[in-house]
Design a protein around this ligand. Structure first.
Ligand code: CTP
Ligand code: MG
Length: 175
């Protein structure tokens, strides 16, 4: 999940500038995505998640392990492993963007909290993209027990990193 976890915090650190929706509104008169979804955040976030995945692929290729735990394999060969890593990283931010679209339709302003959805949007996006990219890899790696573990651990991890982001001033809200 590391390539899917990193894009959000790095989008918060490096994001800003031109919003993806270009400031445009939807037919309901509200913003399509809002100022919290920017091109810079999207690209820098995906890049950081992808880079982390590349490092993991490399560590796995040199049989690196930490306290007896091996690095995960993202695929049988480099090409499929890189695609899976890219799907995890880009899926995370597309899931986040999809959520913002629906938050705006619900009349929620940028940054307004939507409990659990805010914490799991990127997990859902990463899983959908990864499943579509490599269904075989997905089903053999995301077993039911791993899925349940991720669904329980992610909101806790997300909340912790967001509180840190709020304290260091890259997030406007602690969620
Ligand atoms: N960010 C960005 N581009 C993205 C995603 C995030 O620039 N594609 C940056 C924005 O500065 C954003 C911050 O990361 O404010 C935190 O992201 P998030 O919590 O997802 O955005 P919110 O501002 O809460 O907006 P929303 O209500 O749409 O979720
Ligand atoms: Mg938010």
């Amino acid at each position: 999940m590391i390539p899917a976890y990193l894009p959000n915090p790095f989008a918060a650190v490096f994001g800003g500038g031109r919003p993806i929706d270009g400031g445009r509104t939807y037919k309901d008169g509200k913003r399509i995505l809002g100022d919290g979804k920017t091109w810079r955040g999207l690209f820098s976030g995906i890049f950081c998640g992808f880079l982390a995945g590349c490092i993991q692929i490399w560590l796995s290729s040199i049989d690196f392990e930490i306290m007896g735990i091996e690095m995960p394999s993202f695929g049988a060969d480099y090409a499929s492993a890189l695609l899976v890593v890219l799907a995890l990283a880009s899926g995370a931010l597309f899931g986040d963007m999809f959520k913002s679209f629906f938050k705006r339709r619900m009349g929620l302003k940028r940054g307004a909290s939507l409990p659990l959805v805010d914490q799991l949007d990127f997990v859902a996006g990463a899983w959908v993209f990864t499943y579509l990219t490599d269904p075989e890899w997905f089903v053999s790696n995301f077993t039911m027990s791993i899925i349940v573990t991720v669904l329980i651990m992610t909101p806790l991890l997300h909340l912790t990193t967001n509180i840190i982001g709020y304290i260091i001033g890259v997030k406007k809200e602690p969620w």
